[in-house]
Write a protein that binds this ligand. Structure first.
Ligand SMILES: [Zn+2]
Length: 475
């Protein structure tokens, strides 16, 4: 397939985003409104994310499982906040097997309630704790304003669910998962995020405390990249999940849950992409290097391909005869392949290769007489580092402060940046901000709130401030 050259300007983010996803063959809208079909290239990116994060989750001590897609309606309604929070978004099955069901089934929007029902039977004593489970699956939350990857009625994700003997251990679990997500975004997606606590209005329905790692997109709208919830005893009391401690006393378990979804792909596209299309960080690129033979160099290119593949690089040989090299360059740039190797007769005669860097556009010649595999690995690492540096620079320069309420409104409305402000930490105040500006608190950042809060008043209502918060619109 060749892609026709067409101007793509990132200045119009919404249009650019749709074009890139379509032209890079990542996903499309499905016949069911709000749902998406993830195409092979989009799914390959998700598999990369999934495989890498799965290793970290397992190393952390959680085991993978598979729970059912359907949850009895009554389970969801046991926790008042939980059912209220999710009711507007749930899909319910009322008929199956040709009959009306006695009890309707909810297509899972998240699996706390059904997993806790199993935990109740699996946990007997302190010896069974901590219990850390994870599943990779699809969930359904009906979406009014769908956008591919960012917001869809059905999406892929992982959901971790843990049970602990003490509050301290559960809080420790939360702290560890925040770090795991934060580092994963930084080290693999090359996206710096902001760690912090979610406000009362923005927290997970049923949680005691919620936390997030937030990424900022080039148009200064945020994407919540991962969430981590401290559930306390809220769910264990309802599902009656208890354990017998060392002294023989029965206690409820303390719980957490945490997840990331396919929206990470939406963030990847927006943060790194450019006017030529997608740009993928080498650590997650399904194809890290594409080799394009020009003229009579196919045998030479094939040998090179074999060597690189044997050395663990994800490499592709584009030997199509009916597509001109220029069209191939354009297509692989659109797909965000980090390095393109061109081998023409000049390269063959000089025993060298020409490497083009997707991010900088620079071309370098590498001799095949030396340790060229290592040189290519270094080049990929350089690209990974450059993407993170660029994104970090952008995030730093986008955090701005508002002088007063008027200034705050303007900065939010014009999407000038992630607005840092003193805040009262009250739900009503946040509802009013949302109503008037369309923005929410993204989170109450840890680094800012660890410092002593200087005497200041809430940017919105003028009451004495209790926290520093980041505000912006969000995807
Ligand atoms: Zn306020």
């Amino acid at each position: 397939m060749s892609v026709k050259k067409e101007l793509l300007s990132k200045d119009n983010m919404a249009e650019w985003y749709q074009n890139v996803i379509a032209k890079a063959n990542m996903a499309e809208h499905s016949p069911v409104k709000g749902c998406m079909t993830i195409k092979p290239y989009g799914y390959a990116i998700w598999e990369m994310i999934r495989n890498e994060l799965d290793k970290l989750i397992k190393k952390h001590g959680a085991k993978n499982m598979s729970f059912p897609l359907f949850i009895p309606y009554s389970y969801l309604s046991r926790e008042k906040d939980h059912v209220e929070g999710f009711s507007p978004e749930i899909a319910v099955v009322t008929h199956a097997g040709g009959k009306k069901l006695q009890e309707p089934l909810v297509v899972r929007p998240t699996s706390e309630t059904i997993i806790h029902e199993s935990m109740k039977r699996w946990i007997r004593s302190y010896k069974d704790l901590p219990l850390k489970l994870n599943q990779w699956c699809n969930v359904v939350r009906w979406e009014k304003h769908p956008r591919l990857f960012l917001r869809t009625s059905e999406f892929q994700w992982q959901e971790g669910h843990t049970a602990h003997a003490t509050e301290q251990e559960a809080r420790q679990e939360v702290a560890e998962m925040i770090e795991i997500y934060y580092n994963f975004m930084k080290d693999f997606l090359a996206i710096p995020t902001i760690k912090g606590q979610k406000s009362e209005k923005e927290k997970f329905a049923g949680a005691v405390d919620s936390y997030s790692v937030e990424g900022l997109m080039p148009d200064n709208k945020a994407v919540q990249m991962g969430t981590i919830h401290y559930l306390g005893l809220n769910f264990s009391r309802i599902a009656d999940v208890k354990f017998v401690d060392e002294k023989g006393a029965e206690n409820f378990v303390y719980m957490t849950s945490w997840g990331v979804s396919t929206r990470l792909i939406g963030a990847l596209v927006m943060v790194h992409g450019d006017d030529k299309g997608l740009v993928l960080p080498p650590r997650l690129a399904p194809t890290q290097i594409v080799i394009i033979p020009i003229g009579n160099t196919l045998d030479f290119a094939q040998k090179l391909f074999n060597t690189l593949e044997q050395n663990g690089l994800r490499v592709e040989l584009d030997a199509r005869q009916d597509v001109r090299p220029g069209a191939k360059y354009f297509e692989h740039e659109m797909r965000g392949v980090p390095v393109r190797i061109e081998v023409g007769e000049r390269e063959l005669n000089n025993n060298q290769i020409m490497c083009a860097n997707r991010v900088t556009g620079e071309k370098t010649t590498i001799s095949l007489e030396g340790d060229y595999v290592q040189e290519l690995k270094n080049l990929l690492q350089d690209i990974q580092n450059t993407l993170l540096q660029n994104a970090t620079q952008k995030l730093k320069s986008s955090i701005i402060e508002a002088k007063d309420k008027e200034d705050f409104i303007n900065k939010i409305k014009n999407q000038e940046g992630l607005v840092k402000a003193c805040w009262c930490n009250e739900k009503e105040c946040e509802l009013s901000i949302k109503e008037h500006t369309g923005a929410n608190t993204r989170n109450l950042p840890f680094d800012e709130n660890e410092k002593e809060l200087k005497d200041c008043n809430c940017i919105w209502c003028g009451k004495k401030a209790k926290k520093i918060a980041y505000f912006s619109k969000a995807y």
